[in-house]
Design a protein around this ligand. Structure first.
Ligand code: NAD
Length: 497
């Protein structure tokens, strides 16, 4: 069986801990690979390689860094298909979706190619007589990233390209369920000319994460994953003196007003709820239907759901693939039966579903629940599967009050033709990313991505300007080139004159 190892100091590093985890092909249910789990010593080796590399990379010219990033951009572009195939083989998502995630990750490499513009700093001349003030931003040193299973390539690319562009060196701990795409990205970075040790990949589980959180040579940690782990990473990392941005889970609501284009709303609900089998932090998992919208909207969603093709991600006919593990499949299915027991109407029940010839795959069909209420588990928990709940409300005010009671605040969307209502919604809703007739409003690379409340712990959103701020620290330099008339004793607090 193939073993997926680490990438340390610019080359593959065989795992020596003796500890391994399984890597499945979700479409067949077969374990096709094992992934080495890094010990404390192996994490330390990666951090030491990054620390050594920082000595030269941290002071390398912007021209040198951007030359590498431009070359890297071309290499990723040329290897889109290979990266997508690796993603589909371990995650299960369909090929077009995997290609989409590579494209969205590549956006951040492209942003990083323009890093000189972001790092220009500020200068004020003559703030006082012969005194100038410059504000500059400098790299932090060794920084780390810990990423989830659902975007094996994109989420790592939200982090390290910008971090290294800012002059840091990086240790990445990908999800142990989907380790191969991150290793391929590291290999391509080396091919692009990134010096050894600037980007390291250690595979592993909680033990590796805990070592990252306590390692004295790591200055900052970016995390993307579930809310309980995000909270733990933020609490532990900051207690250890690190800068931390920890993006967590979500329960994204899509508000449909009575004047909305219901065909557009139904298409959008299907795409955003069932795309990637619902395993997206920006998936829509709740439709809030106002007034008499619910019946016709549900009818339209139901029709469309019946026409979806579910199958292996490498089959071009498939629109939705399997779930990540058998255990996760069973948990998702339990929410559908649980909702029925708690009084919801199961309009579409996808729990009894398999694909001929792939019976051991982690299959589930799509489910649609109506008359869901806020007390039900299907409403309260992040299911992270193809289960869409519909909550019926009478008014816009009832909808916004429901949505703002959610502990999460990642993405949200409103569907309406009323500009005034949309404007009010974008100001009133408590979420970090808002779509107006856009169901999955993932910001483009030059705007930052991040949620509110339990969807993000820390002060910085990820990538965009916030990303640059997160991976740099500010310094303000006040300069006077003396004149013979300067000097003299003055114990007062410096003031401008
Ligand atoms: P997860 O929290 O289980 O794992 C994320 C990472 O943390 C992995 O690398 C894993 O090895 C590590 N980890 C897991 N348990 C740990 C523990 N107890 N201590 C230390 N480290 C631990 O998340 P997942 O299941 O891989 O990903 C799905 C979750 O990620 C969903 O909740 C989804 O909403 C969220 N997510 C959020 C965003 C966002 O931008 N907000 C993006 C993608 C995914």
């Amino acid at each position: 069986m193939k073993t997926v190892n680490h990438w340390i100091g610019g080359k593959p590093a065989e795992g020596v801990s003796g500890s391994f985890g399984p890597v499945y092909n979700p479409a067949t249910g077969a374990q096709e690979k094992q992934v080495a789990f890094a010990s404390v010593d192996e994490v330390d080796a990666a951090v030491a390689a990054a620390k050594e590399a920082f000595r030269t990379w941290g002071t390398s010219s912007l021209a040198k860094r951007t030359a590498v990033l431009f070359a890297y951009r071309e290499l990723i572009d040329a290897h889109r298909e290979e990266l997508a195939a690796l993603i589909t083989a371990e995650h299960g998502k369909v090929h077009s979706d995997a290609l989409g995630e590579v494209a969205r990750g590549l956006e951040i490499v492209e942003l990083a190619c323009g890093i000189p513009q972001q790092l220009k700093g500020e200068l004020s001349t003559q703030v006082s007589t012969r005194v100038d003030v410059a504000a500059i931003r400098q790299s932090l040193g060794v920084v780390a990233g810990i990423t989830p299973f659902n975007f094996p390539a994109m989420v790592p690319m939200w982090m390290f390209p910008l971090a290294v562009a800012c002059g840091n060196t990086f240790v990445l701990k990908p999800s142990e369920k989907v380790p191969s795409a991150a290793l391929k990205l590291a290999e391509l970075a080396a091919e692009a000319g990134l010096p050894d040790g600037v980007l390291n990949v250690v595979n592993g589980d909680k033990a590796a994460v805990d070592r990252i959180l306590e390692h004295p040579d790591i200055a900052a940690v970016s995390f993307v994953g579930s809310t309980p782990v995000a909270r733990y990473i933020h609490t532990t990392g900051t207690a250890n003196g690190k800068r931390v941005q920890a993006l967590g889970g979500a329960k994204n609501h899509m508000l449909v007003l009575p004047d909305a284009d219901l065909d557009l709303a139904a298409d959008s609900a299907i795409n955003a709820a069932y795309g990637s089998a619902g395993e997206r932090c920006m998936a829509v998992s709740v439709v809030v239907a106002v007034g008499d919208t619910a019946d016709p909207l549900i009818e339209k969603i139901k029709e469309r759901a019946a026409a979806l093709t579910i199958g292996p991600g490498d089959d071009p006919a498939s629109e939705m693939g399997p779930l990540i593990t058998k255990a996760h499949r069973d948990k998702v299915a339990s929410y559908v039966s649980g909702a029925a027991a708690q009084g919801a109407d199961v309009v579409v029940d996808g729990t009894d579903f398999t694909v001929a010839g792939h019976e051991s795959g982690h299959w589930i069909g799509v489910s649609l629940l109506d008359h869901v209420t806020p007390e039900m588990d299907a409403y309260r928990d992040e299911i992270f599967g193809p289960v869409l709940s519909v909550v019926r409300v009478d008014t816009y005010d009832a909808a916004i009050s429901l949505m703002n009671s959610s502990p999460w605040g990642n993405g949200t969307a409103i569907f309406t033709r009323d500009g005034g209502a949309a404007r009010r919604f974008q100001l009133e809703v408590e979420a970090g990313m808002v779509g107006v007739n856009v169901p999955i409003p993932v910001p483009v690379g030059y705007h930052s991505f991040g949620g509110w409340k339990d969807s993000l712990f820390g002060d910085h959103h990820i990538y965009g300007n916030d990303g640059v701020h997160f991976y740099t620290r500010g310094k303000v330099v006040t300069t006077r080139w003396p004149d013979p008339s300067d000097g003299g004793i003055n114990l007062g607090f410096p003031s401008n004159h």
